[in-house]
Design a protein around this ligand. Structure first.
Ligand SMILES: *Cc1c(COP(=O)(O)O)cnc(C)c1O
Length: 390
């Protein structure tokens, strides 16, 4: 076992010596020649049954070697036996829900969470009945048919931190899914704290360059096998080119996260002192929700923050229209800084009362800090806030 950064550079490259290559081969085959029918049949059974690989890949919906390399690399970074990759973070979440729906109909969910994840769960479209609870109420709300507990930490968009260890203890034998997208394995490894499923929208930091839509679930092999079966049946595949790009981003993951986090700490501090800003949500500031988990559960406060403008919706819209270095756009975790308005965009589908209760106000902006020079980022924010009348 190597240290994190060495693993980030070398994982998923174990077969390169045998293949005599130095960069990951990009395999775009949709089908594979079958030299021996018996081997083909056995491979088909193995892959449909959820095995990670077989003697013959058979068909690209069942297996792809480029995707498998990226999966192996991410599993190594999360410290799990397996990783199953999907077409997007939402496809990854859907696969877990479809699988768990076969074990029971009830799921406990702690809000706030990613807007579309909230929508997917609240509508029950995967056949599960979601009950939204506070983390401290999980133990008392468990039912005989509770199949899953879902949390997101840090949570979107207010950066609430949820105590993973406490949730795992409260859930007992019910598996806990942690959406760890905002943290990345650089800052938090939920499986080490007992989480059964670690989910990432790999579209964000893991890909890191704003050019890949992908999702992954990291878990042990017993839980991974049915997730591969769901993937083979539903077809929510990660394309090999996307997997190639995802794998390519991993060697710099830690460098990117640490550089962006250092920038974020400076910006959060300065925003908290700015007269146009009424509140800053950032786990690295004193008094932040769950701040005691920084340094224990999380190695650092991360690269995301939200801040509320005194001028409300109009000031927020003006800041978005006025930034020049940052891009006014949804998504996060890219090398460049992105700023967006949760109430008007990512969390639009969330019920109004839930928005109010979880702090998603009209003046709230979420900032995903990139790796630009922090002084240019601050100058940009300061001029945009001045333009907004702040
Ligand atoms: C983006 C995101 C998702 C959804 O991922 P997609 O790749 O867009 O499908 C889920 N959870 C969190 C925390 C996210 O930021």
């Amino acid at each position: 076992m190597h240290r994190f950064q060495t693993t980030a550079v070398h994982a998923g490259r174990e077969d390169f010596g045998d293949l005599c290559v130095h960069a990951p081969p990009l395999d775009l085959s949709t089908t594979y020649p079958i030299a021996d029918l018996d081997v083909g049949s056995a491979s088909f059974d193995a892959l449909v049954g959820g095995h990670a690989s077989a003697a013959n890949p058979i068909y690209a919906r069942l297996h792809n070697p480029t995707v498998a390399r990226a999966e192996n690399a991410i599993a190594a970074l999360e410290g799990t036996q397996a990783c199953v990759a999907y077409a997007s973070g939402m496809a990854a979440m859907t696969a877990v829900l479809l699988d768990r729906a076969q074990h029971g109909k009830h799921v406990l969910v702690v809000r706030p969470l990613y807007g579309t994840a909230d929508h997917l769960l609240a509508t029950g479209m995967c056949g599960l009945e979601a009950e939204f609870v506070k983390a401290e109420d999980i133990a008392s709300r468990l039912r005989a048919d509770t199949a899953l507990v879902v949390i997101e930490t840090p949570a979107n968009p207010t950066l609430n931190l949820v105590d993973i260890r406490a949730v795992v203890a409260a859930a007992g034998s019910v598996p806990v899914l942690v959406d760890s997208t905002f943290a990345t394995p650089v800052l938090q490894r939920p499986a080490e704290l007992g989480a059964a499923y670690v989910l990432h929208s790999a579209t964000k930091f893991l890909g890191g360059h704003g050019d890949v839509i992908a999702g992954v679930v990291c878990c042990d092999e017993t839980r991974a096998a049915p997730l591969r079966t769901v993937r083979a049946a539903t077809g929510a595949l990660l394309h090999p080119l996307a997997a190639y790009l995802l794998h390519r981003g991993l060697p710099t993951l830690k460098l990117r996260v640490e550089a962006a986090q250092a920038n974020a700490q400076v910006l959060a501090q300065r925003l908290s002192e700015h007269p146009a800003v009424s509140k800053v949500f950032y786990p690295g500031l004193p008094g932040a929700h769950g701040a005691h988990l920084v340094g224990t559960q999380m190695r650092g406060p991360g690269c995301l923050m939200a801040f509320e403008l005194r001028g409300g919706h109009d000031a927020a819209a003006k800041v978005m229209a006025s930034v020049k270095v940052m891009t006014a756009a949804v998504s996060l975790g890219s090398v460049d800084s992105l700023i967006q308005h949760p109430a008007g965009l990512t969390h639009r589908m969330v019920d109004e009362q839930v928005k109010a209760a979880t702090g998603i106000t009209a003046g709230l902006l979420r900032l995903s800090v990139g790796i630009e020079d922090v002084e240019d980022l601050w100058d940009d924010l300061a001029q945009a806030m001045a333009a907004s009348g702040g």
